[in-house]
Design a protein around this ligand. Structure first.
Ligand SMILES: *Cc1c(COP(=O)(O)O)cnc(C)c1O
Length: 380
């Protein structure tokens, strides 16, 4: 088997223009990198408290507000540490007493775990569904945070962002992990209070930052908890400090300037084409290509059975037992097509393909043809 695999060479018609299909870190546009290289002599290595970098942060904040046509009283916050750090920040600064988590994969379960271990909070309510599906939202009056995940990157399931209960001053807030969704899936800002994400997925930048689009109720929650003398918050995890610094187009501690630059560039690219609708339409086209191919295939099937639950930013495709997905991935990798291995803990015989807006639909189509070719060649 291995010998055959080593010999399979894909011809030029089976090679995408860009071989990066990973779900994060994911494809970064080369023209962004070139603009960064050009800006570097007066940008990289300069103070994040001075206008040069603060202007880039302002472009990110204004650009995200414009991409989503956010209401004027929403604010864009950012800080160091990515979505994973944001879960911990939320246990200190967003959850008053108790959160409710809709869990349907690795990422949604991790936030529930973080809240469950925080000694100052009540045990969270966890509403789970089988991997490959998502739970339906329902209310629980004992909870003051509803934690949703727009696109569960580990399984390729997208859930609608809708409030479990109508918005209400001082009521529960809706906090959404949008890490593989932001910049690729449509969302109505009226349906969330905090929509947070890392920039290394649809937003074509590097890891290490978190961003959060916040409604007035989200901001009010941050401020109310920060004013509680009984609530200890480590400074690096304080959303109130992040709010303060974000309003000045800074971060509390030093950010990666390259990450900010690449993010601003990507946000402006999407905005220049009209915003999230344009980006989401690109993802729709790629989703139609990959799911259409799998539906028609004799050996491949979309892992997510219900088409309405299939994420248009991350596709998971099962192979039947006649095909060894790991062997297919090895051949693809040897040919420069990388990171279509499945999420390791899901443990399925499948490939996972990012459909982020930077990834050309034409390349997704070529990938499906390459997979067909490799499967045929491996079968001898
Ligand atoms: C990638 C991802 C995360 C983790 O992001 P980090 O930047 O590694 O912290 C969290 N949630 C979702 C949905 C993700 O896709």
């Amino acid at each position: 088997m291995n010998d055959i695999a080593d010999d399979i060479r894909l011809g030029p018609d089976l090679l995408p223009h860009d071989g990066r299909f990973g779900s994060g870190p994911s494809k970064v546009r080369q023209d962004s990198v070139e603009r960064l290289a050009k800006a570097a002599p007066t940008y990289l290595g300069t103070s994040h408290r001075k206008p040069g970098v603060r202007e880039v942060v302002a472009r990110v904040r204004e650009g995200l507000a414009s991409m989503y046509a956010l209401p004027g009283d929403y604010e864009v916050l950012l800080g160091i540490g990515g979505a994973t750090l944001f879960w911990d920040a939320a246990t200190f600064g967003l959850i008053r007493e108790r959160s409710l988590h809709y869990v349907f994969g690795e990422f949604s379960s991790k936030f529930a775990l973080a809240a469950g271990r925080a000694p100052h909070l009540r045990r969270p309510v966890v509403v789970e569904s089988d991997f490959g599906t998502h739970p339906d939202v329902g209310d629980d009056p004992s909870c003051d945070v509803y934690a949703l995940t727009h696109s569960e990157t580990s399984t390729g399931v997208a859930m609608p962002v809708v409030r479990p209960v109508p918005a209400d001053d001082d009521g529960p807030i809706v906090v959404v992990d949008a890490t593989s969704a932001a910049g690729g899936l449509r969302v109505d800002p009226a349906e969330f209070d905090v929509y947070y994400f890392s920039p290394q997925k649809c937003l074509g930048s590097e890891g290490g930052l978190w961003l959060a689009l916040c409604s007035p109720a989200g901001i009010a929650r941050i401020e109310a908890i920060a004013a509680d003398p009984d609530r200890w918050q480590p400074a690096s995890l304080s959303l109130a400090l992040a709010l303060d610094n974000s309003r000045q187009n800074q971060t509390y501690n030093t950010p990666a300037l390259a990450t900010l630059f690449l993010l601003a560039d990507q946000v402006e690219e999407i905005c220049a084409h009209g915003g999230i609708e344009w980006a989401a339409s690109r993802c729709d086209a790629s989703a139609a290509a990959v799911y259409g191919w799998a539906d028609a295939s004799s050996y491949a099937t979309p892992f997510v059975e219900d088409p309405s639950k299939r994420s248009h930013t991350v596709a998971t495709i099962d192979f039947d037992d006649s095909v060894d997905a790991a062997a297919v991935c090895r051949v693809l990798r040897a040919n420069g097509i990388v990171d279509v291995e499945p999420y390791r803990k899901l443990g399925r015989n499948q490939i996972r393909v990012a459909l982020f807006p930077n990834i050309e639909t034409e390349d997704v189509v070529t990938l499906t043809r390459a997979v067909d070719h490799v499967v045929g060649a491996l079968a001898g």
